[in-house]
Ligand binder design. Sequence first.
Ligand code: MTE
Ligand code: MO
Length: 394
Amino acid sequence: MRTPPFLPRFRGRLHDPRTATAVGRWLGLAILVCFVTGVTSHYLQQPPDWAAGHLPTRPVSGYRVTQSLHVISGIAAIPLLLVKLWTVYPRLFEWPPIRSVAHALERISIAVLVAATLLELFMGLLNTIQWYPWPFPFRAAHWALAFVIIGALLVHLAVKAPVIAAHWRRTSRATTTLDAQEAREAQDARDTAGDAATAAAERRSLLLGLAASVGAVTLVSAGQSVTPLRRLVLLAPRDPRVGPQGLPVNRTARAAGITPDDLRGWRLRVGGPEPYELTLAELRAMPQTRVELPLACVEGWSKSAHWEGVRIKDLLARAGLPDGASLRIVSMQRHGGYGVSAMDRAYTRDGLTLLALRLNGEILAPDHGFPARIIAPNRPGVLQTKWVTRLEVL
Ligand SMILES: Nc1nc2c(c(=O)[nH]1)N[C@H]1C(S)=C(S)[C@@H](COP(=O)(O)O)O[C@H]1N2
Ligand SMILES: [Mo]
């Protein structure tokens, strides 16, 4: 069937399966890295029951690495997705629009894949600047969409397997495994090009330009978590060097509603078989431990710091819990989320997990959680609770 005259004709040489495959595999890799690191982050932040007591607290910077990779691969996926969509968009106008039931299902799965991926990347990007202009909870939506994307992507890869195989290598000549439509398109592309060498040269410059833009967005945003690149953080919403005591702040003491009265009357209350209370002076009189651990925010910035305070392990032993316990950590915070966090036994019995009183050699700044905050190895920043006042045993 001829294409009707009201549909546009595309003469560009790079709307071809070879270019789509070349860009698609980098996009696929970015999506895979993003997915795996996202699932890791989800389980560290909200451990499933079967993981109780077994969460890994090593490597101490594990979460920093996976979270940086998550944000870096997500940002890199944006130019990759845009170029991929540009190479294939003429197929939106393919004629006839539906050839069979299988073809209709394939087109629907691609529509779902494209829509979900655009939304997912857009939401993730806005999340890095802590902007939530939608009425649904970010995490639940981001999590659900990830599985929609992976499902639709697997369908897409299965359907396109012959095309991908035929165009995986630059030199491959195979049009034999293509379906009739793809073969016609490939032939068309060659006819209009007149010269396959020109097409290859153009493709090379498109891919080089794409590589340069992926490199550029990565370089100017990765510095928020990768220290050697920190001078280049043009696009990153956070410069990890900026903030009291050399560390950024997401929620200030004022935003959390911490008052001078709260601080004057502050006590640490610890639950357990032998519950007790401590004043700040009593807490300072206990053995202090120094650790170097990163804060790794789920929004994409990370920074390592020196912390000093009392081991959670020692506080629990004093309450009659020598082997640690699962905890609910409660902050004095009045407004907003993250005032309470759960802590698995794997963390509470780890000697590096502290109720920190000092940061980089100074008493904690009010915005960093004065008088006491949690710092634990390989733990998402969002769970490093500030202004802690109670440790409840679960
Ligand atoms: N009580 C309380 N603790 C909190 C938060 C909060 O909003 N309230 N924010 C968390 C988040 S999202 C991060 S990344 C770190 C940031 O720590 P900082 O402000 O000390 O740099 O604190 C965590 N602890
Ligand atoms: Mo965070």
